[in-house]
Write a protein that binds this ligand. Structure first.
Ligand SMILES: Cc1ncc(C[n+]2csc(CCO)c2C)c(N)n1
Length: 222
C-alpha cells in the first residue's frame, strides 16, 4: 500500500468530522453566519502567511533541485491563488489590509502554524510535506464533495469552486507523489514521524473550523 494511502486511512474519522462540521455544512447550505467566516478569514490570512514560509523551507531543504524549484513554485501559488482569493473576500466583508496585518491569531491558528513550523525547522522535506499535505488534500476533498451545492451567499459559492476544481487537483496529486517518493527513501522511524505530522495537522484542520465557528479567543482573565 502506498504511504499516502496509509496516511489517508489513518485520518478517515477526523476528515469525515471536518466534512460534517457545522462550519463546512454552513458554507454548503449558505447558512453560516458571515461573522464566523470573517473570523476564519482573518485567522486564515495569518495561517497562509506562515504556510508560505513553511513551503519555502521545503524549497530550501529539498535535496533535489527539481523539488526545490517546485516547492518554490508552490509558495507562489499560495501567494497568488490563496491570498488573492482572501483579498477579494476581505474587500467584500469590509476587512482592511491594516486589520489583517494587526490581527492576532487565535490559539488554534497559532498552534497549527507553530506545529508546521516546528516540523519544517526540525525535519527534512518529507516532514514538511507530511505536515502541509492535509491542507491541500482535505480542502480538495471537501471542495469536491460540496460541488453540487449552490449556496445563496456568493462568497461561499466561490469558496467551493476554488477548492473543487481540476487545477487544484493537479497540485494535490503532485504533493502526494512527492511524499510517496520521499517515503520510499527514508527510514521506518522517519515514516512514523511523518505520519504523526500528517495526523496532527488533520486534527488542527478540524479545530480550525471549530475555532472559526465558536469565535475562539485567547483568555482575557477579567
Ligand atoms: C486552515 C487552512 N487549511 C487549508 C487551506 C487551503 N490551503 C492553504 S495553502 C494551500 C495550498 C496552496 O495553494 C491550500 C490548499 C486553508 N486556506 N486554510
Amino acid at each position: 500500500m502506498k504511504f499516502s494511502d496509509q496516511l489517508r486511512e489513518a485520518v478517515e474519522v477526523s476528515w469525515e468530522a471536518s466534512f460534517n462540521h457545522p462550519f463546512v455544512q454552513g458554507i454548503a447550505k449558505g447558512t453560516l453566519p458571515l461573522a464566523c467566516f470573517r473570523h476564519y478569514l482573518l485567522n486564515d490570512a495569518y495561517y497562509l502567511s506562515q504556510f508560505a514560509r513553511v513551503q519555502a523551507l521545503g524549497a530550501a531543504k529539498a535535496e533535489d533541485l527539481a523539488d526545490s524549484n517546485r516547492m518554490a513554485a508552490h509558495v507562489q501559488s499560495t501567494y497568488n491563488a490563496e491570498l488573492s482569493l482572501h483579498e477579494k473576500f476581505a474587500a467584500q466583508l469590509g476587512i482592511t489590509h491594516e486589520q489583517i496585518i494587526a490581527f492576532e491569531p487565535s490559539p488554534t491558528a497559532y498552534a497549527y502554524t507553530t506545529h508546521m513550523m516546528s516540523a519544517a525547522y526540525s525535519g527534512h522535506l518529507g516532514d514538511i510535506i507530511a505536515a502541509i499535505l492535509p491542507c491541500y488534500w482535505l480542502y480538495h476533498e471537501i471542495g469536491e464533495r460540496l460541488q453540487s451545492y449552490t449556496p445563496d451567499e456568493p462568497i461561499y459559492r466561490e469558496w467551493i469552486s476554488a477548492y473543487g476544481g481540476e487545477g487544484f487537483r493537479v497540485l494535490v496529486d503532485e504533493q502526494i507523489a512527492r511524499l510517496d517518493k520521499i517515503a520510499d527513501q527514508v527510514s521506518e522511524a522517519d515514516r512514523a514521524r511523518m505520519k504523526r505530522h500528517f495526523v496532527i495537522s488533520s486534527h488542527y484542520e478540524f479545530k480550525f473550523w471549530e475555532m472559526a465557528y465558536t469565535h475562539e479567543q485567547w483568555p482575557t482573565y477579567s
